[in-house]
Design a protein around this ligand. Structure first.
Ligand code: DX5
Ligand code: ZN
Length: 224
């Protein structure tokens, strides 16, 4: 995959108007829809579960990119697959059986991703590189939208890009992505950018052109 993928995180959307928000980002030309699932245990915040993924599914044909910040994750993989997730990403830190979780996602017929917290080194994915479809590098400590980008992760993105080599694996970055931070991660090799606050802030689903402008600004900054 060579084109840059923009995946707005609906964590920053107006939850009281979720259907309208999803339709608005779809219409505004997002590539994927990023869904942040938080359990109040693996991360210090609670967001939503499979019922919300299922509720969104009929309102967009875009890829649903489900980021599970939950531990344990294995008991819930089925439910997210059934709900309509296309990509299911689990955290390498979420449990001792990363390989098993990834095999379970593949067995469900879904794309499998691994996410790394800022404190986790690149080599944590070394033994699963031949299993995965996506690596998600966190550039904030997961749990909340609107945090500041941790620039020290850019070197790790470049390291992972090298580890991926010519494998068909998407290198996605999540946290604090704006038109200002996007160029450094794209230059390091990221080809999918999650953006929550920078896309949704200041907009409403009544005006998708605002979302389109913010996504275009990120895309332009990252690809120039
Ligand atoms: C953080 C989530 C992110 C977050 C990104 O725990 O995984 O997807 O919503 O939000 P911003 O773009 O506001 O940092
Ligand atoms: Zn996320």
């Amino acid at each position: 995959m060579t084109d840059l993928i923009i995946a707005p995180s609906i964590l920053a959307a107006d939850f009281s108007r979720l259907r309208d928000e999803v339709c608005a980002i779809d219409q505004a030309g997002c590539d994927w829809v990023h869904l942040d699932v938080m359990d109040g245990h693996f991360v210090p915040n609670i967001s939503f579960g499979p019922a919300v993924v299922e509720a969104i599914r009929p309102h967009t044909n875009k890829i649903l990119d489900v980021h599970l910040m939950i531990a344990p994750c294995d008991p819930y993989l089925d439910a997210f697959a059934e709900a309509g997730a296309d990509i299911i990403t689990v955290h390498a830190e979420a449990g001792p059986h990363l390989h098993r979780s990834l095999m379970a996602i593949k067995a469900l017929g879904k794309k499998a991703g691994v996410s790394l917290n800022p404190g986790t080194p690149a080599h944590a994915i070394a033994e699963v590189l031949d299993l995965i479809d996506l690596v998600l590098v966190m550039t904030v400590n997961p749990g909340f939208g609107g945090q500041s980008f941790i620039a020290s992760q850019v070197g790790k993105i470049a390291q992972i890009k090298t580890m991926i080599g010519d494998r068909d694996i998407v290198l996605e970055v999540d946290g604090g992505i704006t038109p200002q931070t996007a160029p450094s991660v794209a230059k390091a090799g990221a080809n999918a950018l999650v953006a929550g606050s920078s896309v949704f802030k200041g907009g409403t689903p009544d005006d998708p052109s605002h979302y389109q402008a913010t996504m275009n600004a990120i895309r332009t900054a990252a690809t120039n």
